[in-house]
Structures are given as structure tokens and as C-alpha cells.
Ligand binder design. Structure first.
Ligand code: HEC
Ligand code: HEC
Length: 289
């Protein structure tokens, strides 16, 4: 991939060029994926392998906890190892952490359940259950060479200029570049290419997609994900503007609601691309003169 990747969480000035050796990436470890040969044939090794399988076939593995047709690896590509697709390498060392979305210290179980509830439109896992333990065992395995605070190159999503979106231009990009895999109605397809490897192309909107409370429903996150990773077979070929336009088009379509969304960012500090009002933000707006 020709794109150089920096963390979404990094705080670069907006006019800085997108290069790897910036302040926000200096001193970060390289993203290195540990070899499978390091997974022993013992209890822990079996847990790591089971965790990886759950993350890649989430609905089949956790039918009572998944409310759509996505797997964790629909967004965390290549079993959570792809730079610029919120990789899990190092993630075990990045928790506990404070998150403004709930204004609390979050442990890794909280973060996993966040994506289950919002991105998979599902029901939280038991903190102490076997499924949670196996998922964490895999994430800890991926993070075995990364000491806290767990910062690695390529974590999160690429940083992009915040461009103004044009979703009618995005509709054309979608039809030309995305519909062959994700379907004209965003519904997802099973193996659209008769000569291709059989596989599932996940829905990008509609009742089987991620909810409006998901990170991927935010414009900047979706644009960065798409810019670096889509089209899946030709990543990096869209311009920044095309990525922003198609992301705006996709997130503007209907998708499952997320009931408690108004409780997000209780201190009234949502990022600028959150598409729904929150209680605290509107209270703040009323209070300000
Ligand atoms: C629809 C896309 C999508 C799906 C599906 C998804 N995630 Fe995520 N995930 C995200 C996004 C976007 C972020 C980063 C959000 C942000 O910017 O804070 C994220 C962040 C995370 C993080 C924190 C990563 C870090 O670097 O701190 C973990 C852990 C995680 N997800 C686990 C999961 C698990 C487990 C599943 C399946 C149960 C899952 N995700 C499914 C989009 C997704
Ligand atoms: C060649 C097929 C293909 C094309 C073309 C393609 N995608 Fe994808 N896309 C995928 C696959 C496959 C995944 C899930 C990754 C996995 O399962 O490994 C995915 C995942 C996604 C996701 C996250 C999961 C979800 O369902 O929401 C989004 C968003 C997305 N693609 C948007 C786009 C956009 C926008 C375009 C057009 C610019 C596009 N894709 C073009 C195959 C494709």
C-alpha cells in the first residue's frame, strides 16, 4: 500500500503533509504481526485460535450477540492486522484508557462490547465469559511485542484533510466502484464474481449493517477507512475527495438506530462529525449565551 499511515488519535496540524515521520508517529513501534508458530498447542493457544475464529465469523460464532451481517473483521481487516484498518496489534497495551464518548475509564472488555453493540448492532458479551476471554487472548497475542502504552505505526485510521463532502458525487462513485461487491442497495452480496474466490461482501447500509452509533457512521472515520482500504481489490486508488464523497453517501443511507446515542459524550465534547445530537451537547448549547 502506498499510503503512509498515522493514527487517527494523533494530533497533527491540519496543514501538515501526510508523511510517516511526523511527531505523532516518531518513536512508535513498527506494526509487526507475530507468527502463528508462536501460538502453542496448549490451553492458551486454543483460546487464541478460538478468539480469532470468533472475530472472523462473528455471527456464526455468537448468534445471540450479533444483530447484523457483519463480522469484526469486516472493518478490522485481515484478522485485525491491517495498518490503517484499526488493527488490534498493540491494542491490549492501549487499555485501560479514558474515552470521552462515555467519559469513563474503559477496559478492553468495554471497547469490545462497544463494537458488538454499535458496529454489530448486537448485545454485550459477559465480561467474565469464555467468548470474551478468547477474544482478548487473541488481541493480547497480537500485542505480545508491544509494551504499554501500546502505540504502533498504522494504528487507528489514516489522517485525512477534512474536505467538504458531496454525496451526490459520492453516489456515482458508489455505483462505479463499490456496488459490484456491496450491492446496488448497499445490502451486501455473496460471491458476485463467478470466477472469484467465494466470499461474503458485507452490507454497508440497511438493516443488516452497522448502527448509527458506530464509529464507521462518522464521516471522517468512514472516509479514512475507505481511502486506505477500499475498493478491497484496489485499495488506495480513490482520491481523498472521492473517499469523502462516497463515505458521505454511504453514511447518509438508512441503518439501524442506536437507542442510547443521546447519552454519548456526556461532557458535551463530541467530535465534529457525529451525525446525531447528544443530550449534553444540546444542554451546553442552551446554556451558552
Ligand atoms: C462497522 C465497522 C466495525 C466493525 C464491524 C467492528 N469494529 Fe471495532 N472499531 C471500528 C472503528 C471505526 C473503531 C475506532 C473507533 C474510534 O475511532 O474510536 C473500532 C475500534 C475497535 C477497538 C479499539 C481499537 C484501538 O486501536 O483502540 C477494538 C478493540 C475493537 N474495535 C474491537 C472490535 C470487535 C471485537 C468487533 C466485533 C465484535 C469489532 N470491533 C467490529 C469499527 C468496527
Ligand atoms: C472487490 C470487492 C469490494 C469492492 C469493490 C468494495 N469493497 Fe468494501 N468491502 C469488501 C470486503 C470483502 C469487505 C470486508 C472485509 C473482509 O471481510 O475481509 C469490505 C468492507 C467494507 C466496509 C466495512 C464493513 C461494512 O460492511 O460496512 C465498508 C464501509 C466498505 N467496504 C465500503 C466500500 C466502499 C465505499 C467501496 C467503494 C469505494 C467499496 N467498499 C468497494 C469488498 C469490496
Amino acid at each position: 500500500m502506498s499510503l503512509l499511515v498515522v493514527a487517527a488519535a494523533g494530533c497533527m496540524e491540519q496543514d501538515r503533509p501526510r508523511v510517516a515521520a511526523t511527531d505523532s508517529t516518531q518513536g512508535r513501534a513498527q506494526l509487526r504481526v507475530p507468527s502463528d508458530s508462536l501460538i502453542a498447542d496448549d490451553q492458551l493457544g486454543r483460546s487464541i485460535r478460538r478468539g480469532r475464529a470468533i472475530l472472523a465469523a462473528t455471527k456464526d460464532s455468537l448468534p445471540n450477540h450479533v444483530g447484523n451481517q457483519l463480522s469484526c473483521t469486516s472493518c478490522h481487516l485481515a484478522d485485525g492486522t491491517r495498518p490503517g484498518a484499526a488493527p488490534w496489534v498493540g491494542v491490549y497495551s492501549r487499555f485501560p484508557q479514558y474515552r470521552s464518548r462515555n467519559a469513563k475509564i474503559n477496559v478492553i472488555q468495554d471497547r469490545i462490547n462497544d463494537c458488538i453493540q454499535r458496529s454489530l448492532n448486537g448485545k454485550a458479551l459477559d465480561f467474565g465469559g469464555r467468548d470474551m476471554a478468547d477474544i482478548i487472548a487473541y488481541m493480547a497475542f497480537l500485542s505480545r511485542d508491544v509494551a504499554p502504552p501500546g502505540e504502533v505505526m498504522g494504528q487507528g485510521f489514516i489522517k485525512m484533510e477534512p474536505l467538504a463532502p458531496d454525496s451526490s458525487a459520492g453516489r456515482l462513485v458508489y455505483a462505479a466502484q463499490c456496488a459490484r461487491c456491496h450491492g446496488a442497495q448497499g445490502q451486501g452480496l455473496a460471491n458476485p464474481d463467478p470466477n472469484g474466490v467465494p466470499r461474503h461482501y458485507p452490507p454497508v447500509w440497511g438493516p443488516n449493517s452497522y448502527s448509527i452509533g458506530a464509529g464507521m457512521a462518522r464521516l471522517r472515520t468512514a472516509a479514512s477507512f475507505v481511502r486506505a482500504n477500499m475498493p478491497f481489490d484496489r485499495p488506495g486508488t480513490l482520491t481523498d475527495q472521492q473517499a469523502v464523497d462516497v463515505a458521505a453517501y454511504v453514511i447518509g443511507q438508512t441503518r439501524p438506530d442506536f437507542g442510547p446515542k443521546a447519552l454519548d459524550w456526556p461532557r458535551g465534547d463530541p467530535p465534529p462529525d457525529v451525525a446525531y445530537p447528544t443530550n449534553a451537547a444540546s444542554k451546553k448549547a442552551h446554556q451558552s449565551p
